[in-house]
Ligand binder design. Structure first.
Ligand code: ADE
Length: 253
């Protein structure tokens, strides 16, 4: 049976998922903790990407090489940079770009040298399921988001997410990043620090990847205040609701 990897960046985002595993087994590999078990009758492995592209690539590679996972799903938080992408909203990634990759003039800006690409698309069918799971988590009877009144009008957006080894926390830096990526034809809705690395590893191995990010801040001068508050307060209920719905949908396949 296909093994699903559920990746989170931070322990706060993973909180509650381990407790929901049936027959959990803790395995340490590459200095990381992995939790193997079952959810809704299906095998899953939970892992923390940790923060930044190298850490995330190591976790993704280990999930594939050591645990033989057949799909990777990332749920976490991100800074909203797209128009109308507000704190509490959800962004389903259609693809990822590394906003800090620049080997020009040897290669076009953003292109990963020798890969011929800058845009790392997510898997269409897995993303469609994840989008449905996010909708059901947000609006369904079991929608845990509903209990967070502050985010009662949460919207779900689909689009590019930009990844870099940088916590973006100034309105001018965010604007520059959006403008430059828009000129390059990849306008981002959100920024974070891991997704493009996982997307690249998954593409190298031919493993389907999909990601959903809840907006914790606007990547502006207030981001350093909004981010920790959001992560502590609501990141894990969002992740739990989405994962619950996704595993239901996968079990119907
Ligand atoms: N993850 C959440 N918010 C972020 C931000 N502003 N920059 C980078 N990664 C983030």
């Amino acid at each position: 049976m296909s093994v699903t990897a559920i990746l989170s960046a931070l322990p706060e985002e993973q909180h509650g998922l381990i407790e929901q595993l049936v027959d959990p087994v803790r395995i340490v590999r590459a200095g990381r903790e992995f939790w193997r078990g079952e959810r809704q009758g299906q095998p899953v492995v939970l892992a923390l990407s940790r923060v930044g592209k190298v850490a995330a690539a190591t976790t993704a590679t280990t999930l594939i090489e050591a645990f033989g996972v057949s799909r990777v799903v990332f749920t976490g938080v991100a800074g909203g940079v797209g128009p109308g992408v507000q704190v509490g909203d959800v962004v389903l990634a259609t693809g990822f770009v590394q906003h800090d990759m620049d080997a020009s003039p040897l290669f076009p800006r953003y292109e990963i040298p020798l890969s011929g690409r800058a845009n790392w698309p997510c898997d269409d069918s897995l993303s469609a399921l994840l989008l449905k799971a996010a909708h059901q988590g947000l609006t369904g009877a079991e929608g845990e988001f509903a209990s967070h009144a502050r985010y009662g009008n949460a919207q779900i957006h689909s689009g590019m997410i930009a990844t870099g080894d940088q916590f973006v926390c100034s309105a001018s830096a965010a604007l520059q990043l959006v403008n430059d990526l828009t000129v390059a034809g990849m306008p981002p809705l959100a920024v974070e620090m891991e997704g493009a690395a996982v997307a690249q590893v998954c593409a190298d191995y031919g493993v389907p990847f999909a990601a959903v990010r809840t907006i914790s801040d606007r990547a502006d001068d207030q981001a350093h205040v909004d981010f920790p508050a959001f992560v502590a307060e609501v990141a894990s209920p969002y992740a739990r609701a989405i994962v619950h719905q996704l595993m239901d949908l996968l079990s119907l396949q």
